[in-house]
Design a protein around this ligand. Structure first.
Ligand code: THG
Length: 273
């Protein structure tokens, strides 16, 4: 399982302030802590109006790269901001994201053809997020056709089935999971990615729902998640689920985490040599 650290997102109040005040120390601490906690990519989202976004995203990319040695996940729907950010990256980034919406497709496809960037492909088109599994697969297949025609190899595509709030529709969890299974079967070379927080929106104790969803999604084919790597309980649920699914060779990650005291509270000190 690969992790995209989600915390550097300008839609969060504190991060939005740091972006507008150019508080590089705050952003860099967030970057360092997420990498230490195991993030494989850092998501960067400026969350500012389109006119400001290119400049803000470029600042975020430069600021984060001064302290973090992982690739970035460039989180924007704006092709101008994405193109400017791509010019600055030190490692091949993941573009977050493209969709079947015409304007976005036409703006972002050329960036993919011209570079080695990987891309997150959202199950959404000009008529919105399709409601059922079959409709969602139709949208995904159309988008996959466009990506393949543009010469983007399947292994560079991360399909995001877009999980919706269960509080709004009790079928939302099941629809996302079934979409994942179908994508895994139909496009075995592609990756499957998802954010976790939408699923629990509007319910109490959201982290509990997020953990249940993550565990089930892993089994359904999720290989990459956009989440908060600093959330200890989520990390523990993930480590345990990977052991159960046989995806942790020799249970090495799990036992390492145990020895690093990440799984339980403090344990007795080892006796001195
Ligand atoms: N798929 C893709 N990209 C995504 C998402 C997705 N990018 C954005 C989002 N979803 C994932 N990123 C975040 C970043 C921060 C928070 C949640 C998701 C967050 N949320 C607080 C909460 O949920 O309680 C509230 C915000 C705040 O603190 O103000 O922190 O699904 N491809």
């Amino acid at each position: 399982m690969k992790i995209i650290g989600e915390r550097i997102n300008g839609s969060r109040t504190r991060v939005g302030t740091a972006v507008s005040e150019r508080d590089s120390g705050f952003i860099q601490r967030l970057a360092e802590r997420q990498v230490e906690a195991g993030a494989d990519w850092l998501d960067v989202a400026a969350g500012t109006p389109a006119a400001r976004e290119p400049e803000d995203l470029v600042w975020l990319v430069q600021t984060v790269q001064e302290v973090a040695d992982v690739p970035l996940c460039l989180d924007s729907a704006n092709p101008v901001a994405l193109a400017a950010a791509i010019e600055q990256v030190q490692q091949t980034p993941l573009i977050n994201s493209i969709s079947g919406e015409r304007a976005r497709l036409e703006g972002i496809l050329p960036l993919l053809s011209a570079t080695q960037c990987a891309v997150i492909a959202l199950a959404i088109d000009d008529s919105g997020v399709p409601s059922g599994v079959e409709d969602r697969l139709v949208a995904i297949r159309r988008l996959v056709d466009e990506l393949r025609r543009a010469g983007v190899p399947d292994e560079r595509v991360y399909v995001d089935p877009l999980v919706m709030a269960i509080a709004a529709n009790t079928e939302s969890g099941r629809i996302a999971l079934e979409t994942m299974r179908a994508v895994r079967t139909d496009f075995p070379e592609m990756h499957i990615v998802s954010g976790l927080s939408n699923v629990s929106f509007g319910l109490p104790v959201r982290t509990l729902i997020n953990r249940a969803f993550l565990t089930l999604a892993l089994e359904a084919g999720l290989d990459t998640a956009i989440l908060d790597p600093l959330d200890r309980k989520l990390r523990k649920a993930l480590l345990a689920a990977e052991v159960v699914l046989g995806r942790d060779r020799y249970c090495l990650n799990y036992t390492r985490a145990y020895r690093a005291r990440l799984l339980n509270g403090p344990v007795a000190k080892e006796s001195p040599k």
